[in-house]
Every structure is written in structure tokens, then in C-alpha cells.
Design a protein around this ligand. Structure first.
Ligand SMILES: [Ca+2]
Ligand SMILES: [Ca+2]
Length: 289
């Protein structure tokens, strides 16, 4: 597939172990190391380009990674690959190339990254987009996260909207989340994670956490949806939308089962109509915000 920059990218990339939680850089150390690096200015229109970054890197002789530190204001930062961005507080807009690390900090941040990156949205309602093999944590707030393939996405607390295309692991976390998954992706749902809606146009899996056991599970098919709940957990449920016939679920004891979903032609037609009506909207076409 070719992206808008004309770069050809393969989707069958090496699988990144989803449990691997990358360690964030030591920002205190970096703040002192980055003396002379461009910093976010008071003006909202602050724009730091990759050329600025290269100049800064030359100044403090850090060639392996580039470090950008936004202040407490609304920063706009555009950086090349191998960048480290600590955007700080404020409503920041950050775009980075591959193999980068972004901490959006507090505020409602808009963050975009290429592949193999690590993104922490921090507090606030963040809008995060990434390509592949990226570790994303939305943090607190109602985040909107859109990622392509082989990603690990944790929405954190809040009512998050998360869409992944393929080969990804998604954790909605606490709050009532809307999750869209493409092929070969897994949603992890723990006790206390709220009432989540999963939209799938293809196969999918749910891994239930401790306490959400097979012998407590209740499955209800209604209006084209499949609602999974558990005895003793009245505030938790997962609703599967979409018309794929089977859905795999697994439990903390290692057991698993297939949930067979009845065909509801009327619900299928309604979903397809909804998809087509919203397909031009960025996130997600089948579950509009
Ligand atoms: Ca969140
Ligand atoms: Ca949730």
C-alpha cells in the first residue's frame, strides 16, 4: 500500500509483542540535555520544523534522537523520524515520523505518528492517529484514537473511541468505549471496564480479565447486536455490533469459546446503510461520534 507521501509500506510487519510496554524517556534528564533546543513559545502559532530539529540536534550533538519540549502553551510541533516530543500542558498539535516518542501531556492534544512509535496522550480529550506497530495510550479523558495495523492501543479512562484496522490489541479501559476493529484484532476487557460497544466488519476476539469467567457469562442476541454480560458484574457489558457470524472469546483461566451470532438481515442492511452514509467521516464510519 502507498501512503500519501508515496512511501510503500508492508502490512505484514514483524509482530510486536502487545504486552511490551515501552519505557518513556527520562524527561528530566532530557530537559537538561536539550538546552538550546527549540522550545514552545507563548504564541499559539509556534511551528517547529524538522529543519529546526536538525539544527537543534547539531547544537547539542544528539544525532540518534531529536528532543522537542513544548511549554505549558498550545504548541504546534512537526518533527521527523526518531524524535522525542514532550509537548507539555496546553492543547498541542504534534506530528512525528516513525520511531518517535510523544507525550502529549495535559490538554486536548492532536497527535499523529508514523510507524513504530510510542504515544502517550496524557490527560485531556486527545485525538491520536498512528500508522503501524505503535504503542498508544490515550490516558484520562475522552480520546479518539485511529490506528492502522499491528498496534497496541489502551484508551485509558474516559469514554474513548478507538478504531484499529488489523492485527492489533485494544484495551478500552474504564469508561464506556466505542471500539472498531478490522481483521485479526483482539479487545481486552477487564472487570470494571464499563459498557463498551465493539464494531466489527470481520472476525475478532475478546479476552476477558480476572473474574469475568465463562460460567458467569450471559450472551443475548438482540436487534442484530450480541450483548455479553457477567453475573455479579452488573455495570459491565460488551456489545458486539456488525454482522460477522462468529466471535471468539477467551477467559483468564485459558479457556475459550466461539460465540455464534444469528444472521439478522434487517440489521445487516441497516448497518451497511449507516456505514455508507458515514464512510467519509474520519472516525469511525460505522459508529459516528
Ligand atoms: Ca481515555
Ligand atoms: Ca471501557
Amino acid at each position: 500500500m502507498t501512503n500519501t507521501n508515496g512511501v510503500t509500506t508492508g502490512f505484514s510487519l514483524l509482530w510486536r509483542a502487545p504486552d511490551r510496554v515501552p519505557q518513556p524517556p527520562d524527561f528530566d534528564k532530557m530537559h537538561s540535555a536539550a538546552k538550546g533546543a527549540p522550545r514552545g513559545k507563548a504564541a499559539d502559532e509556534t511551528q517547529i520544523t524538522s529543519a529546526d530539529l536538525r539544527n537543534a540536534a547539531d547544537r547539542w550533538q544528539a544525532t540518534a534522537i531529536r528532543i522537542l519540549i513544548g511549554g505549558a502553551t498550545d504548541d504546534s510541533i512537526s518533527a521527523a523520524a526518531n524524535s522525542v516530543v514532550d509537548a507539555g500542558a496546553g492543547d498541542d498539535t504534534v506530528t512525528v515520523g516513525e520511531k518517535s516518542f510523544v507525550d502529549g501531556g495535559a490538554g486536548d492534544d492532536t497527535i499523529g505518528a508514523w510507524s513504530d512509535s510510542v504515544i502517550y496522550g496524557g490527560e485531556g480529550n486527545d485525538d491520536i492517529k498512528a500508522w503501524s506497530e505503535t504503542h498508544i495510550e490515550g490516558g484520562a479523558g475522552n480520546d479518539v484514537i485511529d490506528a492502522w495495523s499491528d498496534n497496541y492501543v489502551d484508551g485509558g479512562t474516559g469514554d474513548d473511541t478507538i478504531v484499529v484496522h488489523s492485527g492489533s490489541v485494544v484495551i478500552g479501559g474504564k469508561g464506556n468505549d466505542t471500539i472498531g476493529i478490522g481483521t485479526d484484532s483482539t479487545v481486552r476487557f477487564a472487570a470494571g471496564d464499563g459498557q463498551d460497544n465493539i464494531w466489527t466488519l470481520r472476525d475478532g476476539r475478546i479476552e476477558f480479565g480476572e473474574g469475568l469467567n465463562a460460567d458467569k457469562m450471559r450472551v443475548e442476541h438482540k436487534d442484530g447486536k450480541t450483548i455479553i454480560s457477567f453475573d455479579g458484574h452488573p455495570d459491565d457489558s460488551v456489545t458486539i455490533n456488525g454482522f460477522y457470524r462468529t466471535f471468539a472469546v477467551s477467559f483468564a483461566d485459558g479457556s475459550s469459546q466461539q460465540i455464534e451470532r444469528p444472521v439478522d438481515h434487517e440489521a445487516q442492511a441497516a448497518l451497511i446503510a449507516r456505514f455508507n452514509a458515514n464512510k467519509d467521516k474520519p472516525i469511525p464510519p460505522f459508529a459516528t461520534r
